[in-house]
Design a binder for this molecule. Structure first.
Ligand code: UD1
Length: 362
């Protein structure tokens, strides 16, 4: 029996781990999957609802780490995860994505000599001021197997001197979740609840420290929204980090005054999918949303200067527009002219990535 610990920590991890755990459970004579939640995200809206929406089994172990500085959070995951690995003696530990929990768990394993595989390896923004970029580079250096979503990721890893034998191009596991849940998501009543049934609308998400922690940058994004929202109502599910910094910067009144900008709590997986899949336009600084909108053919403007997911630009619907208000407005108005949706056909983003990952573990 092959025992596999699947580590989740923060919101973008759940939709990557769920299809892998489901696939492991399809082979009960071969695999014993365990789910360990570090507790990096702990609000019901940032964590619990995803277990229900994604049919992800409740964690076998919860480390209860919570929020803290990068060093304290990373250290707390390491301290609390190490005894779990020692006790469970897994054959494999799977870590996904690029959050602090990802790197912390991988580092514990490599020091204990336990095999660790990184899912969504090889993505690079080449922006080392992003905490996620540091987590990606370091996790890829130490993991035994690197499961990559796209060919550019393989090239990045090879360029960093990682031997080809450690790299497996398997595709994008988050797209497995998207295809599995798209039909169920269409039954969500979120559009009715927001008064948007049958309406044209846009969706905004913001949470990157470079956008929300910096008052000037946040102000530039708000200027753009002040114009765009005259043309298109916009829904903004507010990430806790953004909620905190908008208030701290004294910008809440300005945000509330923007016409047609609807501020709502963070949404669960199905409600959010229902919302963005019906949108005319998505404005975001998230990584995963660039991929999801590309697969569905929805225009996406990325409010960053770079992306670690260039495939979404070359083959998908994503445009990197930065934070210059004039550019954001220009690109948003241009995107609203598009009447045809062209879903991206990206190799191996086919809903079968978890099968390829699990096959590689046996
Ligand atoms: C983390 C990840 C980021 C990912 C994002 C998705 C790192 C370095 N960052 O960023 O890559 O894209 O999650 O959401 O791992 N908070 C709550 N409730 C929660 C969680 C957080 O209120 O359930 C608040 C706390 O005030 C906390 C702040 O949000 O200090 C930031 O949380 P943290 O986990 O440090 O980073 P994120 O910005 O969420």
């Amino acid at each position: 029996m092959i025992k596999v610990i699947n580590v989740v920590g923060a919101r973008p991890n759940f939709m990557k781990v769920a299809p892998i755990v489901a696939e492991l459970k399809r082979h009960p004579n071969e695999f014993l999957p365990l789910v360990v939640h570090t507790g990096q995200h702990y609000d019901a809206a940032m964590s619990d609802t995803f277990f229900t929406d994604l049919d992800l089994p409740q964690p076998d172990v919860h480390l209860g780490v919570g929020s803290a500085s990068h060093a304290a959070q990373t250290a707390a995951v390491m301290e609390r995860f190490e005894p779990v690995v020692i006790q469970e003696k897994p054959d494999w530990v799977l870590v996904v994505g690029d959050v602090n929990s990802t790197f912390a768990a991988a580092l514990v394993c490599v020091k204990l000599g336990v095999k660790v595989a990184h899912v969504e390896a090889g993505l690079r923004s080449r922006d080392r001021t992003m905490p996620e970029e540091i987590n990606r580079v370091l996790t890829d250096q130490i993991a035994d197997v690197l499961f990559t979503p796209s060919a550019d990721a393989d090239e990045n890893l090879l360029a960093e001197g990682i031997p080809r034998e450690r790299i497996r191009l398997v595709g994008n596991v988050m797209i497995d979740s998207l295809y599995q849940h798209l039909e169920r998501a269409q039954q969500s009543s979120i559009k009715e609840r927001l008064g948007l049934a049958g309406a044209r609308y846009g969706v905004l998400t913001l949470h990157r420290p470079s956008n929300v922690d910096d008052r000037k940058t946040l102000g530039r994004i708000l200027s753009a929204l002040e114009t765009i929202s005259n043309e298109l109502p916009i829904v903004f599910p507010v990430h806790p980090r953004a909620a905190k910094t908008i208030a701290e910067h004294g910008l809440l009144e300005r945000v509330k005054r923007i016409p047609n900008l609807q501020l709502i709590e963070p949404l669960g997986y199905l409600d959010f999918m229902s919302l963005y899949s019906g949108a005319q336009l998505v404005l975001t600084d998230s990584g995963g949303i660039q991929e999801e909108t590309s697969v569905l053919g929805i225009p996406c403007l990325t409010l960053r200067e770079n992306t670690e997911r260039p495939t979404t630009v070359t083959m998908g619907t994503n445009k990197i527009v930065g934070t210059d208000p004039e550019k954001i407005v220009r690109e948003a108005l241009a995107a609203l002219q598009l009447s045809v949706r062209t879903p991206a056909a990206i190799p191996l983003w086919d809903g079968h990535t978890a099968e390829r990952i699990v096959a590689a573990l046996s």
